[in-house]
Design a protein around this ligand. Structure first.
Ligand SMILES: Cc1cc2nc3c(=O)[nH]c(=O)nc-3n(C[C@H](O)[C@H](O)[C@H](O)COP(=O)(O)OP(=O)(O)OC[C@H]3O[C@@H](n4cnc5c(N)ncnc54)[C@H](O)[C@@H]3O)c2cc1C
Length: 966
């Protein structure tokens, strides 16, 4: 017998079965091999049971299925650069080594997408895109060594995330092998997912919810110009003040990075990058974008630096100098390792206005514990990285550094921040989770883990504190799973049956009146949902009352439908049970408004218009423009993820909401996220709530990221010869270096509807000459905002592409007013049957063929259709009007329901075939009874149901109104 055969025979049966799946050489079981995998970039070690190299999704699935069968825990592993111990295999877990799944599978530039495997190094993604003039924005300093899978798991950030956002803002879809081996896609190629934002909650889940085996990324055009400045500061606090001043001046550099004197010297010792060794701190500021305006912005920044007393500020003269500065910044952690045998990186984040105070207190902690501290951090995001230097061989040192690290995190929380900006909780910050979250918050996060991984096999012992009992080999399925937990269970159909009501409505009204006061109960509401009258209305005055109502409803098994301003009562499916209409409009006020930190928290009942006005009063912009801003509340808008034309520049709700408070179905009050720009403290349940249609809880407060008010805005109104021409022009703009705030193509019927809406607002499409907005031609609306020189260049460039006639250009308030009226051109809210509104979300380039098909299909069927294409988001909004030529949306006649139903079903099929989805946003009553407003989200629906079951086990909230009959 050969030695290898002998070894094979001796291996345990698990090893043999694993080798049968991945090949003999791809399973490591020798201790000497396993030792290479017993650590990551954190301080702890733990020997894995085995290491398995995987090469394909099928292999991962087969391996995970086998491990699940045996009840063996496992940990996916990328580059092993994690700093919080996330990749360490606790409880003798098996390591799944993902590094060989490292290919670019597809680059789809027309749709600005890329499909990659998870083992690819972050830097290799941008290297692959470089010759094509594109890049992938999240750029952790570790980008040469960390993998995309690890970035997804940690929601990694990087210097450029100040302007462009973190990983979750750039990942649209993820293929995941769930902890039982099932393969599902979360999200997809289009913006905005159907159903819960599972992509959003998976990103940042630290490898505890499943194994990412592929991801669809957003890729960006490389900026036309870049300018890098180095400010030499007299103190680290001075640097902090400059950051605040730059943000306060309304400037948005691509990066704002800081290093202190100890770091500067370590970097210079190790790689001589040209940083001034005597400086107390340096601030690395990079601007990118169009050439026009860049010099002016740089001058503005230089002036701010000088006004704040910097010793020197210089501009990198060429690419070599710029590259040297970045080499130093990105190599800083490595350089610091020369200073001491070990360091602990504290990754707390504070509102950026608190940076100077946080830095002062960190220095004081260093002195108190007699530890040298080196600081290098993402100053623009308020994300500190004090590196506490020590020698792990000395027990005393180890104890001090752990205690000091926890104190640093406590300081961050005290100042309104959180305990992790980008490195995750791992095992390092399990205790620190309790500095931020109470038991109710943690319990809600545990629902997420339980829904994905009921047996706790996937990367156990991470993220959530508490007894992390090692799953025993052969552990049996959890009770939830054993009971089926809805997995694969047939979807409850959209309600065709009569709606159930509380049997004795008046008794319920009396009980609520006793609980809240008679004035808070509406015994004869006039509101209906899809023609089903609300039996009883209730208006809680505050979160406590709301909690009491839901606790009662939960005990009694009531069906509670939730509404804010009522603008979206026509959205979603008919309720399966309807005992109570809970209105949040009396939840009022702002718990914080911080102009310099660019954040604001408002109670759920505030309208968008009110919040916008409050932001404007401090010189900031609320980056939201949903329908009916005068009526729509921020709770309702967040729960429906409604975003309008300005989404091209601002992104969706998921890009602008920093945190939420909510009351769950059982009445418990929970919070997720916070006020900081970066936050990976626990699961991103905030994302799960955005667009969840009230199915998981009732939002009581939302915290938003604000934006500086742009120096200039311009809206170009361009008449088109055809829809096709609009598609070509829009594609040219998207492929260019221009960054539109809005890019919409609207049909003649939509122009007429907008004009009517505008007339109501006292302006006729902003006063555009009627030969342009004549109501007979398609129009392209392209809006730009920013520095006046940048906006000027954008307008000139677009005008140059348009050969026949110069477009109309509206400026500032006039531009804003037209964009606002666009939002009000749909069916009238709360007027049942006033129109049918559909929204398809598609990969960018698919939107045009879809819109053509919709328009010609409607024409053939005799439905006059208003059509609006959000070219930069891939959305197609369709409103079915009444009589041909009618300026306002109007219901089709009663007998058209079957025809309309066929038409909408056909469109939905087309959207799905093109990689998107279509939802009925309003007017379900115009379609046949039982028509599903949402469509089928595919195999991930099982996961969604398990999440719903955990959060709302009795189906109290908006029963059956959401996706999949949830
Ligand atoms: C010098 C240095 C600089 C750094 N700079 C930054 C920075 O600027 N910004 C920043 O955000 N971070 C930074 N980090 C931290 C680290 O690089 C990031 O957390 C990175 O995202 C980890 O990627 P990785 O491939 O090394 O993952 P690993 O360390 O291998 O794993 C991290 C986590 O991801 C999980 N995981 C890995 N692959 C998958 C997968 N396919 N599916 C599901 N889960 C998976 C693991 O289970 C683990 O929980 C830095 C680290 C170092 C050492």
């Amino acid at each position: 017998m050969l030695a290898s055969q002998w070894a094979e025979a001796m291996a345990d049966s698990l090893v043999r079965e694993l080798r049968a799946i991945v090949g003999r050489r791809n399973v490591l079981d020798a201790t000497v091999d396993l030792q290479t995998y017993e650590y990551d970039a954190y301080l702890e070690r733990s020997l894995p049971r085995l290491v398995v190299f995987v090469h394909s999704t099928a292999e991962v699935s087969a391996v995970v299925r086998l491990l699940a069968r045996e009840g063996v825990p496992f940990v996916p592993r990328g580059g092993g650069t994690n700093i919080s111990g996330g990749a360490i295999a606790l409880h003798k877990a098996v390591v799944l080594e993902m590094g060989r799944m490292n290919r670019v599978l597809e680059i789809d530039l027309p749709n600005q997408r890329m499909l990659v495997q998870p083992g690819i190094f972050n830097l290799d993604i941008s290297t692959a895109l470089e010759p094509l003039g594109y890049y992938y924005a999240p750029d952790p300093a570790s980008q040469k060594a960390c993998s995309l899978g690890g970035n997804v798991a940690e929601n990694a950030g990087g210097p450029h995330c100040f302007k462009y956002g973190v990983t979750s803002n750039h990942v649209l879809g993820i293929e995941v092998v769930l902890p039982d081996g099932e393969v599902v896609w979360l999200g997809g190629r289009s913006h905005g997912s159907l159903g819960f934002d599972l992509t959003g909650v998976f990103v940042g889940s630290e490898g505890t919810l499943g194994v990412a085996t592929a991801a669809i990324l957003r890729v960006l055009r490389k900026p036309e110009a870049v300018k890098t400045l180095l400010a030499v500061c007299g103190s680290i606090e001075e640097g902090g003040h400059i950051v605040s001043a730059i943000v306060a001046a309304g400037l948005v550099p691509a990066t704002l990075e800081m290093m202190d004197n100890r770091t500067i010297n370590a970097v210079e010792e190790s790689m001589a990058c040209g940083f001034p060794r005597e400086a107390a701190a340096v601030l690395l500021i990079e601007l990118d974008g169009l050439l026009e305006g860049m010099d002016e912005m740089a001058e503005q920044i230089v002036a701010i630096c000088r006004a704040n007393g910097v010793q020197d500020v210089r501009v990198a003269q060429d690419e070599a100098e710029r590259a040297a500065l970045w080499k130093g910044r990105k190599g800083a952690f490595g350089a610091i390792s020369r200073l001491a045998p070990n360091y602990l990186v504290a990754d707390g984040t504070v509102p950026r206005t608190e940076l100077p105070e946080a830095l002062r207190r960190v220095a004081e902690i260093g002195c108190r514990y007699d530890l040298n501290v080196a600081s290098v951090f993402h100053a623009g995001d308020g994300n500190l990285h004090p590196l506490l230097l020590f020698d792990s061989r000395k027990e005393e040192d180890r104890k001090s550094v752990m205690a000091a690290g926890l104190e640093v995190l406590r300081v961050c929380v005290d100042l309104g921040g959180t305990v992790s900006g980008e490195h995750g909780i791992g095992i390092e910050k399990l205790d620190a989770m309790r500095l931020v979250f109470d038991e109710a918050d943690l319990r809600a996060q545990a629902f997420v883990k339980d829904a994905f991984d009921p047996r706790g096999l996937c990367n156990p012992g991470k993220v959530l504190p508490g007894p992390a009992a090692p799953p025993e080999a052969g552990a049996s399925a959890s009770a939830a799973e054993a009971a089926g937990a809805n997995r694969g269970a047939e979807a409850p159909k959209a309600a065709k049956t009569p709606v159930e009501h509380y049997p004795a409505g008046d008794r319920l009204a009396d009980r609520l009146a006793t609980l809240l006061g008679e004035e808070r109960v509406d015994r004869r509401p006039t509101v209906a949902i899809h023609d089903i009258p609300a039996p009883l209305g209730v208006f809680p005055a505050d979160e406590d009352q709301l909690s009491a109502i839901l606790a009662l409803a939960n005990r009694e098994g009531l069906g509670v439908c939730v509404a804010g301003g009522g603008t979206k009562l026509g959205w979603g499916n008919r309720p399966g049970r309807f005992d109570l209409l809970l209105r949040t409009r009396d939840l009022r006020g702002f718990s914080h408004v911080d102009a310099d930190n660019l954040s604001l928290s408002a109670a759920a009942g505030m309208t968008i218009a009110e919040v916008r006005a409050r932001a404007a009063s401090v010189g900031r912009v609320l980056p939201l423009d949903p329908q009916w801003p005068g009526f729509a509340t921020i709770g309702g808008v967040t729960a429906t993820a409604d975003q309008g034309a300005r989404g091209a520049g601002f992104g969706g709700l998921r890009d602008v909401v920093l945190g939420v408070r909510a009351v769950l179905a059982d009445g418990s009050v929970v919070k997720f996220g916070g006020r900081t720009m970066k936050n990976v403290t626990g699961y991103d349940v905030t994302k799960l709530f955005i667009g969840s249609f009230g199915a998981l809880g009732v939002l009581t407060e939302v915290t938003f990221r604000l934006l500086p008010r742009p120096g200039k805005q311009a809206l170009m109104v361009i008449p088109l010869t055809s829809l096709g021409q609009g598609g070509e022009l829009a594609a040219q703009i998207i492929d260019s270096h221009l960054q539109p705030l809005a890019l919409e193509v609207i049909s003649p019927a939509c122009v007429r509807a907008v004009s009517v809406a505008a007339a109501e607002a006292g302006t006729l499409l902003g006063g555009v000459e009627t030969d342009i907005a004549d109501g007979e031609s398609w129009l392209l609306l392209a809006a730009f905002a920013g520095h006046p020189a940048t906006v000027g260049r954008s307008v000139r460039e677009v005008s140059g592409r348009f050969e026949t006639r110069p477009p109309a250009v509206l400026e500032d308030e006039r531009a804003e007013s037209v964009l606002d009226t666009l939002a009000n051109a749909g069916p009238k809210p709360m007027v049942s049957g006033s129109g049918l509104a559909l929204r398809a979300s598609l990969p960018l380039r698919e939107a045009w063929a879809f819109a053509e098909a919709a328009v010609s299909g409607a024409e053939a069927a005799g439905f006059p259709l208003a059509c609006r294409i959000g070219a930069a988001r891939g959305t197609v909004d369709l409103t079915i009007l009444g009589r041909a030529g009618a300026a306002e949306p109007e219901a089709p006649s009663a007998g058209t329901a079957p025809l309309l139903g066929d038409f909408v079903s056909g469109l939905r099929g087309r959207a799905v075939a093109a990689g998107g989805h279509l939802v009925v946003r309003d007017g379900l009553t115009l379609l046949p009874l039982g028509f599903d407003a949402w469509g089928d989200p595919g195999p991930s629906v099982g996961l969604m149901r398990r999440i719903k079951d955990r959060f709302d086990p009795h189906g109290v909230l908006n029963p059956r109104r959401y996706v999949g009959g949830m």
